[in-house]
Design a protein around this ligand. Sequence first.
Ligand code: NOJ
Length: 545
Amino acid sequence: MTDPRTPASTPATPDADWWRDAVVYQVYPRSFADSDADGLGDVAGITSRVPYLAGLGVDAIWLSPFFPSPLADGGYDVADYRDVDPRLGTLDDFDALVRAAHAHDIRVIVDVVPNHTSSGHAWFEAALAAAPGSPERARYVFRDGTGDAGELPPSDWVSNFGGSAWTRVPDGQWYLHLFAPEQPDLDWSNPAVRADFEDTLRFWSDRGVDGFRVDVAHGLAKDLSTPYRPSNEHDLPLDGSDPLYDRDEVHEIFAAWRHVLDEYDPPRAAVAEAWAPAPRRVLYARPTELGQAFNFDLLESPFDASAFRQVIERNLAMSEQSGASSTWVLSNHDVVRHATRYALPAGTDTDAWLMTDGVSPTPDRDRGLRRARAASLLQFALPGSSYVYQGEELGLHEAAGIPRDLLQDPKWVRSGHTVKGRDGCRVPIPWTESGPSFGFGDVAPFLPQPADFGACSVSAEDGDPTSTLSLYRAALAARRRLQSGESLTWLEAPAGVVAFARHDGWHSVTNFGTDPVPLPAGHVEVASGPLSDGVLPGETTVWLS
Ligand code: NOJ
């Protein structure tokens, strides 16, 4: 056994199992804090806010991509996996961020994007310059077209952002991209691709990174044999037989990654973004692979007691099976913020709603926030790790009215201007009540903020005990104090109420209905809304001990 590799910086209290019950705060770097007045958030901006994150009480930050990128997909089009986008800073700035986070005992998770590079990556540029059949092209998926003169794509596979998943290059060949044409897919059956990514994992681990979030983890292995078979990404089979997603061969790749992650002490953590059918998610989470997989089931659930309870039961059972702990997520950079989802009538198509600039149906914003607070407090009571998306701790709503000419999400163009996309949850967050960008920076931000954003700023909410920020701080502090073990016991509760106990009598009760129910006995640790006269009001969670 060789000595573990020694990283540049380590957290104050090393602990191999930190990820099992961590609260992980997702930073979308370009929208978090702008330190150099260019309208774009940057690494030094994040470092300047580490004390804020420590005060919030999070255990880790996950940084969405901050690498050099032409920004065809918000940074998920990476031109160089081992550098910082010069608009966002330098590697020295990154090292300073890791040191600052570690000094506050906050772990750092970075995003790796292995399914595709940017079309601006040196490998893709070399592939375009090289001939069909060359080793340069073999890192990607180049194929001849169909039709009399190869003028039709090799297959009918469609891109996640709309349109064909194939784009033709000047010499007539086509390349595969499951996302935008600026995101060519790598060929993971090529050993050169595998070796290079393992070096990328070492590069960031050597710099002190504690874990990785693995983008499109279920997409790396593909069945490219002909005739190409249809793919159905929205209804994947349980036997791994789709040609593009969730194939069994993907697990060899992650088993090899685990060896790399285990070269470190403590081993580096990893979490798969794998939109695989629930029973197959456990495969990615095995300790011999990434160790954890995202569970997006709460994020996809309506605000409903039985839906939440089913999701929780199923995912805790799956965690037991895989040996991982569960992950819980209500919002991230890809979906309409949960305060807004819950403000809309159940079943609202949020893409269609965004096309009305968020006016039809009219969201009930107070109700949405009340429910979001209740759902978040319930989430923090669950065993496993909990994700917080930047700004949700302020109770931010979706910025649904971004003018169409300012939209950046490739979905907007690729859908033929029928889907506005994900920019509304990526608007720079407000730190102060006024100013050119509500304290995000000194100039107008790259995406416009709603005029009322200041009311949800950190400074507006800081000293207000009823604010969402105060609720998150209180909840995360209580969670640290109370949390232990990885199980829960369901408690009897009236219809529409979800109640469970953790250890030592700590319990969480959520009234999903609108009518008040009797408040169970106990000392109130935290409540998501005002309690009165021995009742738990509707759409409210309370923690009792
Ligand atoms: C998932 C990421 O969360 C999303 O933002 C991105 O567009 C796709 N993967 C493609 O990388």
